[in-house]
Design a protein around this ligand. Structure first.
Ligand code: ZN
Length: 430
């Protein structure tokens, strides 16, 4: 969307929502001054009143007390009472090309929905994610939609569709026979939701091919329930090490899906940058991850969503055993001091509901400011983007969210996003 279109949309938003906007005589869309009631820069233990932020082009030029900030005459002034300005949120585990399984089963999405349909739907997902305050996502696998995430990433970057900055992993890598769709007669070859590879040579080829086609990260599944039984490791430590080494020599990091204790252990020893889910993690494994600098991406919202899709009603029904386990595991992770990065597995549940993960981080024992950090400063560091993203300070990209209320005090206010900026472009929330 062009800046001019956005400004007129923005003005409408302010007029209809009662939020006050002031415009100077000749406002420029690439020069914006934000005056919220409070600012949380990512660095303090509380939000601060009386600050204003000057955005020039794509970047934050200044953050100063209102009285000290010289507001250029041509700047577009956005004054938003009762709001808090925070760094744009980051979700390190999404699936743009999935939609909730109560709308269509995962099998049907992978086998029956056309690529064109899935991509069209994903453009809606992109918009919803951005307008819910998330300005960067790491999309962890297209689930049968090939390299479509690369095209979606580029469509956002080129301004063709609105959306968050996307880090693409493309197809994800699984051991032969370990993934899905499953349950068909064995004589049929069923297209899989990820790329199968086995043994060092085949894995190296898969990693290089995915990087060649545009992967920003590599995702690999360290374990699976092979015969429908318990989840067991699917790759040897040596295989995982070579994946990390191959990606690493190209400057690319590896996210490892691991639920079993042994899968997590191998992933940590192999040099994974993040471990996803980690349901069977114990204190020793989380300490090993901490020691090895591996971040934990707990995807609590996905566990909850799966239970909800089976009829569980949060706050009404007793907590189902699998959720009790993920809650207990999360407490061990907290206790260990391992880095916890916000990642929700959005797509399993509705896009645009990413705040649920941050709410659950708090509900399961994290302090609200630590949960906010997991979705901003810590996520930026985990994704190696801390020089550009995750904080409000001069020189950083102007990725920002304006929230009605103060999420540093009440995490529930993250649902009340008023305005989002990404790369300095203003996106009003309808
Ligand atoms: Zn996932």
């Amino acid at each position: 969307m062009k800046r001019a279109q956005l400004s007129s949309l923005c003005l409408v938003l302010f007029l209809t929502s009662g939020v006050r906007a002031q415009r100077t005589t000749t406002p420029r869309d690439d020069l914006v001054v934000l005056k919220p009631s409070r600012v949380w820069t990512g660095d303090e233990r509380q939000s601060q009143a009386g600050l204003a932020v000057l955005v020039r082009g794509r970047t934050i030029e200044a953050i100063k007390p209102v009285a000290d900030l010289k507001i250029p005459a041509e700047a577009r002034l956005i004054e938003l009472e009762g709001t808090t300005l925070i760094p744009g949120l980051i979700d390190a585990h999404t699936h743009l090309l999935l939609h909730p399984y109560n709308e269509a089963t995962w099998n049907d999405q992978v086998l029956q929905e056309s690529l064109a349909l899935r991509v069209c739907r994903a453009t809606n997902h992109l918009r919803k994610i951005l307008l819910s305050g998330f300005t960067t996502i790491r999309d962890l696998g297209t689930e049968g939609a090939g390299y479509a995430d690369v095209g979606l990433r580029d469509a956002v970057a080129q301004g063709i569709v609105p959306g968050p900055r996307v880090l693409a992993t493309t197809r994800a890598i699984v051991a032969t026979g370990s993934y899905a769709p499953k349950g068909f007669a064995p004589e049929h070859a069923i297209p899989q939701g990820a790329e199968e590879a086995d043994g060092v040579d085949s894995l190296i080829r898969a990693v290089r091919e995915q990087m060649g086609k545009g992967a920003d990260w590599i995702k690999i599944y360290a374990d699976a329930a092979m015969g429908g039984g318990a989840v067991k490791p699917s790759f040897s430590l040596d295989e995982l090490k070579r994946v990390v080494e191959t990606a690493g020599s190209a400057g690319i990091l590896v996210a490892v899906h691991a639920s079993s204790r042994e899968g997590m252990r191998r992933a940590a020893l192999a040099g994974a940058a993040t471990i996803e889910h980690g349901e069977e993690g114990d204190l020793e494994i989380f300490k090993l991850m901490k020691e090895r600098g591996v971040a934990f991406c707990p995807t609590l919202a996905a566990f909850e969503a799966s239970a909800v899709q089976r009829g569980y009603q949060p706050g009404r029904d007793p907590i189902p055993p699998r959720l009790q386990r993920s809650r207990a595991t999360f407490k061990l992770a907290l206790q260990s001091g391992v880095t916890i990065v916000n990642g929700s597995d959005m797509g399993v549940f509705a896009h645009g509901e990413g705040a649920r993960e941050i709410e659950l981080l708090v509900e399961y024992g994290m302090k609200p400011l630590d949960a906010l950090a997991a979705a901003t400063t810590v996520a930026a560091r985990t994704l190696r983007l801390e020089d550009r993203l995750g904080r409000i300070k001069p020189g950083m990209l102007a990725d920002l969210a304006i929230i009605k209320g103060d999420p540093t005090r009440d995490i529930g206010t993250l649902r009340r996003v008023v305005l989002v900026l990404k790369n300095g472009v203003v996106y009003p929330v309808p």
